[in-house]
Design a protein around this ligand. Structure first.
Ligand code: FAD
Length: 250
């Protein structure tokens, strides 16, 4: 990723840092694509009081803590983040897209994933994109792979019409990221970490995207994950859920 004072060039620009955008970034960054997630405002999940239906948390988890941990995870995996409002996405030569922000930055990228529930005005100027109005909300029309019909432009999560659930938005972000990885032609089989010998002792090369680790390295990673999680769960989260705007105004 190259960055000057006003411009950044990357492979993938993701608009929105909710469960969909963050999970998409986790996957594209881990596949070796230079990824920048641009976000303004707060993910709607911060309104939740206690998150009880995300797999892996038997007694539920504070949703703000869940988002903090997800942000930490994307950063540990090499994904860039920028706090800015995306105002316009246009198709341009070279890198396929120019993503403009309200503070006059420009991000040039080959792929854009829109994961910015509930805002899509910034793509309204692209003729070929399908915007669907349902009630007061606008969704971006995508196919099974999350493609919009504009080459290189995808949408993920609630904005792509997925059900209003965290794990579905996150899963869809991952699925759309895999479409981007496939279309980018970066060598990739699966994002798997396997025990030493899993492929190689069967006479196979470790496939691209996969990793074999030995027992010592497995124990090191497990220890690190235990320490990180103990720190996160050491005390309660300082922030309260955000109320619905109409309740806040009363
Ligand atoms: C009160 C409440 C409780 C909930 N409880 C649960 C629950 O218990 N379990 C469950 O599974 N789901 C729950 N949900 C639903 C869940 O939060 C959402 O379905 C999910 O978070 C959607 O994820 P997303 O990534 O698609 O969108 P979001 O999380 O909303 O992320 C979109 C991000 O894009 C940003 N953005 C928007 N426009 C721009 C722009 N122009 N430029 C840059 N950034 C932009 C937004 O500010 C936001 O940060 C709850 C929702 C609410 C409101």
């Amino acid at each position: 990723m190259t960055t000057t004072e006003t411009e950044t060039t990357c492979d993938v620009c993701i608009v929105g840092a909710g469960p969909a955008g963050l999970t998409a970034g986790l996957f594209t960054a881990r596949a070796g694509l230079e990824t920048l997630i641009v976000n303004t405002g707060e993910p709607i999940l911060r309104r939740n009081s206690h998150l009880e239906n995300v797999p892996g948390f038997p007694a539920g988890v504070n949703s703000r803590l869940f988002l903090d941990m997800l942000v930490d995870q994307v950063e540990r995996n090499g994904c860039g983040r920028l706090e800015a409002e995306v105002t316009e996405v246009t198709e341009s030569g070279g890198e396929r897209f120019a993503v403009a922000t309200a503070d006059e930055r420009l991000i040039r990228s080959d792929y854009v994933i829109c994961a910015s529930w509930a805002e899509s005005n910034y793509v309204a100027g692209i003729d070929e994109i399908g915007l669907m109005k349902r009630g007061s909300k606008t969704y971006i029309d995508v196919n099974e792979e999350g493609e919009t019909g504009v080459d290189g432009l995808y949408a993920a999560g609630r904005l792509a019409g997925e059900p209003h659930q965290t794990v579905v938005a996150a899963g869809h972000g991952a699925k759309v990221a895999l479409s981007v990885i496939h279309d980018s032609e970066v060598p990739f089989y699966n994002d798997w970490v396997a025990p030493e010998g899993y492929f190689t002792e069967r006479g196979r090369e470790v496939p691209p995207g996969c990793e074999e680790i030995d027992e010592e390295e497995r124990q090191r990673r497990e220890q690190q994950s235990m320490e990180v999680m103990q720190e996160y769960f050491d005390s309660s989260h300082p922030e309260m859920p955000t109320q619905h705007p109409s309740v806040r105004e009363e």
